[in-house]
Design a protein. Structure first.
Length: 202
């Protein structure tokens, strides 16, 4: 990436984080028109949400389409969301399923939630929702595991036997506890949990 373009993008990020949203939008738009993929995604999100500019799903769809490449499954997912918001149910589902096929775990959770709550004309189907959440969980997605656990509770399905059969208990615990375990190990290795012999507490 050209250093000048990167500096400009960083300026846009700083403006966004400082809630100077219109400035951020104009910076990202300029870079998007220069075919910078990251800026195209930012513009797509801002148009989709109506942040820093007027909400415009058709323009958001344009920029997400522009940013699609072999490694950008998030663009496929957002194209799906735009179609759903516009009312193109079949196209929306098609793009979400394509995103899933290409490895986007968030799209798995999206469709699981649609079956869970009956959003976007999906029929409520708790069993299908559980399948999607479990699939996301098995791919080591913590949110998928959390939603799976909540739905198991709602359906009065025993948690541990289900996890053993569909995920693996050790794998599930690793997914859910991984961050905390790393923090604990770091704490121990730092020596902060030990007091030198004879040292009094402050």
């Amino acid at each position: 990436m050209d250093s000048l373009i990167k500096d400009k993008f960083d300026e846009g990020i700083k403006a966004y984080n400082n809630e100077n949203l219109n400035k951020a939008y104009l910076i990202f738009l300029d870079l998007a028109e220069k075919n910078m993929l990251e800026a195209q995604m930012k513009i797509g999100y801002m148009l989709y949400e109506g942040v820093g500019t007027k909400k415009d799903l058709l323009k958001a769809l344009f920029w997400f389409r522009k940013s699609v490449n072999i490694n950008n499954t998030e663009a496929l997912r957002m194209i799906g969301w735009c179609h759903l918001e516009i009312g193109n149910f079949n196209d929306g589902v098609t793009y979400l399923e394509q995103a899933i096929t290409e490895g986007n775990i968030d799209a798995i959770i999206d469709i699981g939630s649609f079956y869970d709550f009956g959003d976007y004309s999906f029929p409520i189907n708790k069993e299908k929702a559980l399948e999607y959440y479990s699939r996301a969980c098995s791919l080591e997605n913590k949110e998928g595991c959390r939603y799976m656990g909540l739905l198991l509770q709602e359906l009065n399905i025993r948690l541990v036997p289900y996890i053993k059969e569909h995920i693996g208990l050790i794998k599930f615990l690793n997914i859910m506890l991984y961050g905390n375990i790393l923090k604990f190990i770091g704490f121990v290795l730092s020596g902060k949990c030990f007091r030198a012999k004879g040292q009094l507490p402050h």
